[in-house]
Write a protein that binds this ligand. Structure first.
Ligand code: LLP
Length: 475
């Protein structure tokens, strides 16, 4: 028998299961703690995508990223369909691949009709190798190298120009390559919209004191410059306010700011066709997080954009957004194996797991909060308050402080939820830990999408100068 969450399950891991697995079309993945397919099976184990998490760990080892294809595809479709339902003009959703750039994730997003936002030559290469058409790849970044710009031009993706150096470099490069260019290269302009939002200081980008984008006061000069560049075709404007945002007001305000900038560009005879409002929709990491649904977010932005254009009697642009976290974040969990325990009477009990800040650097970087369950004791009462520590030589290497868990033993399988975004993509080899494997569950299959690194992988880029020989007793 497979059951889902019920009203009596509030003091066990069952409380974290999605509201219902029958009506998952209405569920916005970013409002759930676990992937939409999460269930408890008759062994009292957590199942994701029809697979017992403990079996996956036995087969693939731990730590293990477990990515649920259904949840990922649902988020992609909800974004795509909401634009279609609420915005009368053309639209496109880009997946912000900085959240997790790998072949499988890019290819799945691409197969749902999404384009990809990339911020480096490496992410661009990944998107291209995943089969994404270059005209659906948008290249961001505040300090793209000349090599990256040349790669972008050769690939034929759209370049989101961030600053004067980049703009002038592109003008020079296109002039040098004039004879090889079939048509002008397509660019967008990123500017800082001067909009504040309430999120962590490190992930706010829309306020004026930000390293990203042109200052709005520079726009007139930039537009003048562009009128003299026949090889650079300005197709649109871009702004991004920040990440993990729960309010909708900042994006409503953004629509007005962007349409004003569009009107300004049009006064220079630069026909802006696209507006990209960035990403930023938050997800539920803990019960107290209350983000709007994907549909509500899109509906509000669509209305704000239509109102802003109508008020200024401007045609509706093609509308783009580029969510990362809300697409991939809720679709993945990380499974660990419980190891040592340290009880400090009256102070704290530490339970250590076999990963930590190298596979999830968010708690130590942003003090991010996560929820955790014991996957092999899902309905057991939560009687213990413990701190889940990683295995790194660093006191701050704590994944979850004061987690409520049942009694645990070494070997138990612990699952941290909501780890799809900015976990693998920010993972490191600190303390020379091999980066974990990732599996994709869905379609009645398990697919290994990223192999676990080996010790040989860790040494792959190392070289030992030949004159340095290790001789015993040489000191
Ligand atoms: N577009 C641009 C230009 C961005 O800079 C970002 C995120 C996004 C889109 C996607 O935002 P999202 O929908 O994922 O919120 N490492 C941090 C998050 C950094 C976000 C960077 N930019 C974290 O772990 O919270």
């Amino acid at each position: 028998m497979v059951s889902t969450k019920s009203a009596t399950d509030t003091n066990s891991g069952l409380q974290y299961l999605p509201k219902s697995t029958e009506r998952d079309k209405e569920i916005s993945p970013n409002q759930e703690l676990l992937p939409l397919t999460a269930k408890v099976n008759n062994l009292d184990h957590l199942e994701i995508g029809g697979w017992d998490v403990t079996t996956l760990v036995q087969q693939f080892g731990s730590p293990l990223y477990i990515l649920d294809e259904h949840t990922l595809r649902t988020a992609c479709r909800q974004y795509r369909d909401a634009w279609k339902n609420y915005y009368p003009g053309e639209s496109l959703v880009l997946y912000a691949s900085k959240a997790w750039s790998c072949l499988a994730v890019c290819a799945i997003c691409g197969s749902e009709g999404l384009g990809i936002d990339v911020v480096s030559g490496g992410e661009l290469y990944t998107a291209v190798q995943a089969g994404i058409s270059p005209d659906k790849i948008y290249f961001h970044g505040n300090n793209k190298s000349q090599t990256e710009l040349i790669l972008a031009i050769e690939t034929g993706c759209i370049i989101v120009v961030d600053n004067w150096l980049e703009l002038k470099t592109l003008a020079n490069l296109t002039n040098e390559k004039k004879s090889q260019l079939q048509s002008p290269i397509k660019i967008m302009l990123r500017f800082t919209p001067g909009i504040e939002c309430h999120t962590h200081e490190y992930i706010r980008t829309g306020h004026l004191d930000s390293k990203f984008g042109f200052d709005p006061n520079q726009l007139n000069d930039v537009f003048t410059f562009l009128t003299e560049q026949p090889l650079l075709s300005l197709i649109g404007l871009h702004a991004h306010i920040g990440s993990q945002i729960f309010e909708v007001q900042p994006h409503q305000d953004l629509a007005n700011v962007m349409v004003d900038a569009m009107a300004k560009a049009m006064a220079y005879n630069l026909p802006i066709k696209e507006i990209n409002v960035g990403g930023g929709l938050g997800i539920r990491y803990t019960e107290s997080d209350d983000p709007p649904s994907i549909e509500a977010w899109i509906q509000i932005i669509s209305k704000a954009m239509v109102d802003a254009c109508t008020a200024r009697q401007l045609p509706l642009p093609k509308l783009l957004c580029e969510p990362g976290r809300s697409i991939i974040g809720p679709a993945c969990v990380t499974a660990y194996t419980v190891g040592s325990e340290k009880q400090i009477p009256e102070i704290r009990t530490y339970i250590s797991v076999d990963g930590g800040m190298s596979d999830n650097p968010r708690p130590i970087t942003y003090e991010s909060l996560y929820r955790v369950v014991v996957a092999n004791k899902l309905s057991a009462s939560l009687t213990e308050t413990v701190t889940i520590a990683g295995k790194h030589c660093e006191s701050g290497d704590v994944l979850v402080k004061n987690a409520m868990l049942p009694v645990t033993q070494p070997g138990d399988c612990l699952v941290v939820m909501g780890t799809g975004a900015y976990n693998y993509s920010m993972a490191s080899n600190y303390n020379r830990l091999p980066r974990p494997a990732a599996v994709l569950v869905g379609n009645n299959e398990v697919n290994l999408i990223i192999q676990r690194e080996t010790y040989e992988d860790l040494l792959r880029q190392d070289t030992l100068p030949t004159r340095i020989v290790i001789v015993e007793d040489s000191i």
